[in-house]
Design a protein around this ligand. Structure first.
Ligand code: GTP
Length: 778
């Protein structure tokens, strides 16, 4: 075939509105996409038209296309004879409209020899698949001639069209253009003749079973035009051309030929790929299934469009959301921003993609939406984490401001709930404004995260507050009860147990009442309340026990004081004159019991086990009236006595030791008293001459002392010191200073030393008796 190929003589190719789509060797050449892009066709969607022309070689096809559409198809130079100028299929772009024009190689191409029938079939199939209108260019002289090339061509066209029609029922307009019309036979008659011939051909072709009885009008619309001889009647020719041109270009013309039903519905951006696919399929001699071709094209193109759109989305996302978000951390109208971007991209996708097969474009749109959603969700998550962080910090700041300097509030929980409300409201607003409208996203997960952060913080702060409350109320309690206890223990009476218990009960009840107020303000649970109050109650008891134990450290002194008070002093606290005491043993026994009674009173302390009812906290407190709480009913205390718990202050061993020490301590007093009574009885008097003799024999020593200032001052100081110790009973302080045990030891030593030489004295055995009495009382 290439051997037969003649040199192409091209005239008037002054621009790029022309290119060879399929070359003489049936190969698709050139970069269709780039050429179409330069023609600005790719962006036209379905707003473009396609037209093709078939006919005999050198029948003026290129000439008429150029005249009708302003294309630049090469026209044969007649001075060179009838040579082929158009090989393969050429495509041109109309100068005045978005119309793509296919100029097909002449059908009776002598250059192809026997192969021309095969090419004719392929090119016809190609044209019918692409073109909305097919011009059949024919000489008037050929009409009625069955052996003319055009008849074979028409037969081919009809046959391949039936092939296509089995899958895609699209109509095609065939325009019969009669060239060199002479008028010898009137045009209606000529038209009829052509129609007769067409029907004859239609009847003769092999038809599939379903189209066996069909008529040509089912598949084609037919139009007929004529043009006079171009050279012999140039003016009339031009006029005819002008008239036909309007039918193709003037949309307002009544006979405008590009009707919507002829459009092949191949979006212009997919046309280059479609042309390639169609031609490739034709070359493989496979059946041309247009819907499948369209679906394949749709898949390919929608995918391409989707990727292009996603690329654009990524650029815009970075510019509008990612970068500002990384800078400012929170975009208040993130949802709107994302929605705008989302719609913008999807709209951009839809415009070209919706021209393709609906199911395919929809499927690819969903894929695109999913990818966009994924990316947007990442940004939403990023923002939500920042919102949580920011609001949690805000909550902390507000909390610290509200509870400045660790202030303890009775409305702890109420204030916290108010703060929480403010924060959660802001969180909800920001979150909702961050959501992509109409998406399935939820803020639930982020709300929970923030709530967890806040709750943990509150829990921590609650514990701190609880510790402070415990400390405050405990310190208050200690500060209130300590002076009262000191008071009671300052002079211990028989009622000491009863009074201490009363004091303890009222004070603990008051503090428990305070605890309840604070704990209720913290919205503490029943369990927390019971635990806290129980802990306090145990500590409160310990305060009393410790105070008793502290007091018990000096029990020996107190016992001796009690003894002395009874034994050494009489009524109105005057020193007792033992010389006139008639029953010294009786007095000694009574005085001894005073001290032992004190020991017995302090041996144990009895406090209520608990102030809580079995059902729960102390619910018999009238919490509205503090005064009533403090004044405890004595009867009530007695009733509760059965539930009292003994707390040992002085154990049995210590008790015995104290008794022994006490016994020794008071024994000396008894001896002294006895001694006074006895010395009084013997009426032993020192004679006056004794003092004269003492003065006479001791005068030198006395003068020595008087003359020595140091000895004299020392003697004076000892005299004054002794006088004051005796006068103000300061010997007790001395005892405290050196310790009771040491004092007792000194006294025991002194007594022991004396007893060996003194007269034996019988000390009444009151101690054992008192111990028995105490057991009876218990
Ligand atoms: N008689 C006559 N000649 C014409 C007419 N139009 C064009 N020609 C001449 O016919 C010759 C062939 O014209 P082309 O337009 O190249 O014909 P073609 O059908 O495109 O030729 P191929 O592309 O080679 O098949 C040229 O010399 C034209 O001047 C016409 O209407 N009547």
């Amino acid at each position: 075939m290439s051997e037969n190929k003649k040199e192409i003589k091209v005239h008037n190719i002054s621009n790029t509105r022309l290119f060879q789509l399929i070359d003489g060797e049936e190969k698709m050449v050139g970069n269709t996409k780039d050429v179409m892009k330069s023609w600005d066709i790719l962006s036209k969607g379905n707003n473009y038209h396609t037209i093709g022309i078939i006919g005999c070689q050198s029948s003026g096809k290129s000439t008429i296309l150029n005249l009708l559409f302003g294309t630049n198809f090469p026209v044969m130079d007649e001075t060179q004879g009838l040579n082929q100028t158009t090989q393969g299929i050429w495509m041109g772009k109309s100068a005045s409209s978005d119309t793509l024009v296919l100029d097909v190689e002449g059908t009776d191409s002598s250059e192809r020899g026997e192969d021309h029938i095969k090419f004719e079939r392929k090119s016809s199939l190609f044209c019918l698949a692409i073109a909305e209108i097919l011009i059949v260019n024919l000489w008037e002289t050929d009409i009625g001639r069955y052996d003319a090339a055009n008849y074979g061509l028409l037969k081919t066209v009809f046959e391949v069209n039936l092939e296509l029609f089995t899958t895609e029922q699209s109509r095609t307009l065939i325009c019969f253009l009669v060239r060199d019309f002479t008028g010898t036979v009137e045009f209606p008659l000529l038209k009829k003749k052509i129609l007769d011939n067409i029907n004859l051909i239609w009847d003769q072709i092999q038809k599939p079973e379903q189209f066996k009885d069909s008529r040509i009008e089912q598949f084609f619309d037919l139009q007929f035009f004529n043009l006079v001889h171009k050279i012999l009647q140039p003016k009339k020719f031009s006029k005819g051309v002008k008239q036909i041109k309007d039918f193709f270009l003037d949309k307002n013309n009544t006979f405008y030929l590009f009707k919507p039903e002829y459009h092949r519905q191949i979006p212009s951006d997919g046309l280059p790929d479609y042309l390639q696919n169609i031609w490739d399929t034709i070359l493989t001699n496979k059946a041309l299934d247009i819907p499948t071709q369209k679906e394949m094209l749709s898949l390919f193109r929608c995918d391409e469009i989707k990727n292009e759109c996603f690329k654009k989305f990524e650029t815009l996302l970075l510019e509008r959301i990612v970068e500002p978000l990384q800078k400012d951390k929170i975009l208040p109208e993130l949802g709107q921003l994302m929605n705008k971007l989302f719609n913008e991209i999807i709209d951009e996708y839809k415009i070209p993609a919706n021209r393709y097969v609906q199911e395919v474009s929809q499927q690819k749109q969903e894929e695109l939406e999913e990818k966009i959603n994924e990316e947007l969700f990442k940004q939403f998550t990023y923002q939500m984490k920042n919102v949580s962080k920011k609001l949690f910090k805000k909550f902390q700041r507000k909390f610290e401001k509200e509870f400045k300097d660790n202030e303890i509030s009775l409305e702890f929980a109420k204030k916290i709930n108010q703060l929480k409300m403010v924060i959660y409201e802001e969180f909800e607003n920001t979150s909702n404004n961050s959501l992509l409208p109409n998406s399935s996203w939820s803020i639930e997960q982020f709300t929970l995260e923030l709530e967890n952060l806040v709750d943990n913080y509150i829990h921590e702060q609650k514990n701190h507050a609880l510790k402070r409350i415990k400390k405050k109320l405990y310190d208050d309690y200690v500060n209130r009860i300590t002076p009262e206890l000191d008071n009671l223990l300052g002079f211990i009476e028989n009622q000491i147990q009863f009074k201490v218990k009363g004091l303890f009960t009222s004070m603990t009840k008051y503090t428990i009442f305070e605890f309840e107020k604070y704990l209720k303000g913290m919205e503490a649970t029943e369990e927390q309340m019971n635990d806290t109050i129980n802990q306090f109650y145990e500590k409160a008891k310990q305060v009393v026990i410790d105070k008793f134990k502290e007091n018990a450290r000096f029990i020996g002194i107190h016992m001796k004081e009690r003894f002395d008070e009874k034994f050494k002093y009489g009524e109105n606290h005057t020193p007792r004159d033992f010389t006139i005491v008639s029953d010294l043993p009786q007095l000694f026994e009574t005085a001894t019991n005073e001290g032992i009674n004190l020991l017995n009173l302090l041996k144990s302390i009895y406090l209520p086990k608990s102030l809580l009812n079995p059902e729960g906290r102390n619910n018999n407190l009238d919490l509205d009236d503090e005064e009533e709480v403090i004044e405890t009913d004595e009867n009530e205390l007695e009733k509760e006595a059965e539930q009292d718990e003994e707390h040992v202050i002085i154990d049995d061993k210590e008790y015995e030791i104290q008794i022994k020490l006490y016994k020794k301590d008071i024994e000396m007093s008894y001896r002294e008293a006895m001694s006074i009574q006895q010395s009084n009885k013997t009426s032993m008097k020192i004679p006056n001459f004794f003092w004269l003799l003492l003065l006479f024999f001791g005068r030198n020593d006395a003068i020595k002392i008087i003359r020595n200032p140091i000895l004299f001052i020392l003697l004076a100081l000892l005299g004054v010191g002794g006088f004051f110790l005796h006068k103000f009973n300061l010997h007790l302080m001395l005892i405290r200073f050196i310790g009771p045990r040491t004092w007792n030891s000194i006294k025991a030593f002194m007594l022991g030393g004396k007893s060996s030489s003194s007269q034996a004295i019988v000390v009444p055995n009151t101690i054992n008796k008192n111990k028995q009495d105490e057991k009876k009382d218990k």
